[in-house]
Design a protein around this ligand. Structure first.
Ligand code: SF4
Length: 72
């Protein structure tokens, strides 16, 4: 699993970076910069939590995004 880049719905409040600091940092405006690499199995629970808790539903596991023609 990898974490998708944030969708345009992202409002930059940075909750994802708090929940998954190992993989997500914030830019100068508070928008997430997501490591595009595959998330190691030991961190997947953190990644899935960040995806689930995003208030704008702006993150997804990359495998799901690849199958969504709207998100490509
Ligand atoms: S939690 Fe969601 S809305 Fe908030 S910064 Fe991260 S991707 Fe954007």
């Amino acid at each position: 699993m990898s974490v998708s880049p944030p969708a345009t719905a992202c409002d930059g409040h940075g909750l994802c970076a708090e929940l998954f600091a190992e993989w997500i940092e914030l830019d100068d405006w508070g928008y997430p910069i997501i490591n595009p690499a595959a998330v190691p199995p030991g961190l997947e629970a953190h990644g899935r939590r960040a995806i689930k808790e995003c208030p704008k539903v702006a993150l997804r596991p990359e495998a799901e995004r690849a199958n969504d023609p709207v998100a490509r």
